[in-house]
Design a protein around this ligand. Structure first.
Ligand SMILES: NC(=O)c1ccc[n+]([C@@H]2O[C@H](COP(=O)([O-])OP(=O)(O)OC[C@H]3O[C@@H](n4cnc5c(N)ncnc54)[C@H](OP(=O)(O)O)[C@@H]3O)[C@@H](O)[C@H]2O)c1
Length: 278
């Protein structure tokens, strides 16, 4: 993959969810752009592999394993980053989980697990980041939400709820930071080719729902993160226009419900008929 570069040399970038998917690609791209990178996720071994790749591009790398649902671990990862690099200039608040289920049969524990990571975890990271950035007098936080955070659809209702929440927190934080040199962007990706989506294709609720060929590469999201920081964008959708379509669709919610239901059923039928052995 050709890595994006928009002059991030010598900045320190902390990425959560850096062990896989979008977070891993973002960490490698910032490393290639000359940033110091701090890798945060639970799986230390996977982070070590990402760190080895990032160091090959000459970057200074700190592996700081943490579970974002645990505020003390998040705080420790920020402390380690400051001890090693002196500051954290950019935070890519990206760790996330997805458990598909229809609303009527959703298990409370599954919804809780998504809220714990996607909403509370992101909150813990934002709180640490803002506290540190206020001391530094500057910084940029990029929250990775989703187009699913602007329009609910099944069977991702719980995931949508967690990302709606994250967008709400992000917008509120932005108003709190007006006039300060701390910027907060929210990135809204559509479907991206990562482990999260591969797992969806194996779950009984969602198998064959989405043609893999339509998945976007994680590098598209990485570009949007770079652009959001470079141009201090409040919000950026991937693909561009995705969020605008959702805003237009919200003018006719009933019609959108019918269209989404029809599209979901059609995708399932097409997916089933094109599965190997069918
Ligand atoms: N893929 C898509 O289509 C898509 C679309 C829109 C938005 N997004 C969002 O993009 C972000 C990245 O997702 P992805 O697609 O790259 O998925 P992924 O490949 O499954 O990566 C998820 C990352 O989150 C980390 N994570 C999960 N729980 C964590 C916890 N408790 N503490 C710390 N880290 C944790 C995982 O690391 P460990 O397991 O090592 O902890 C992993 O690095 C998520 O917020 C997701 O909701 C994805």
């Amino acid at each position: 993959m050709q890595r994006p570069s928009l002059s991030f040399r010598n900045r320190t970038v902390l990425v959560t969810g850096a062990s896989s998917g979008i977070g891993r690609e973002a960490a490698l791209a910032f490393a290639a752009a000359g940033s110091n990178v701090v890798l945060v996720a639970r799986r230390a071994k996977a982070l070590a592999t990402v760190a080895a790749r990032a160091r090959k591009s000459g970057a200074k790398v700190l592996v700081a394993p943490a579970d974002v649902t645990k505020p003390a671990e998040v705080a420790a990862s920020f402390r380690k980053a400051v001890k090693r690099f002196g500051s954290v200039d950019i935070v890519v608040n990206n760790a996330g989980v997805l458990i598909p289920s229809e609303v009527v049969s959703m298990k409370g524990a599954d919804l809780q697990a998504m809220l714990d990571v996607n909403l509370f975890g992101a909150l813990h990271v934002m709180q640490q980041a803002v506290t540190l950035m206020r001391k530094q007098g500057r910084g940029h936080i990029v929250n990775v939400a989703s187009l699913a955070g602007r329009r609910g659809f099944s069977p991702l209702g719980g995931y949508c709820a967690s990302k709606f929440g994250l967008i709400g927190l992000t917008e509120a934080l932005r108003t709190e930071l007006v006039g300060e040199r701390i910027h907060v962007s929210v990135v809204l990706p559509g479907v991206v080719d990562t482990a999260m989506v591969s797992a969806l294709n194996e779950a009984p609720e969602t198998e064959s729902m989405w043609p893999q060929a339509l998945n976007m590469p994680p590098s598209w999201v990485v570009w949007s993160i770079f652009l959001a920081i470079r141009f201090k964008l409040a919000e950026i959708a991937v693909p561009p226009g995705g969020a605008l379509l959702e805003k237009l669709a919200s003018l006719a919610p009933g019609t959108t419900d019918t269209l989404l239901r029809w599209a979901t059923d059609a995708a399932k039928r097409v997916g089933r008929s094109t599965r190997p052995g069918k």
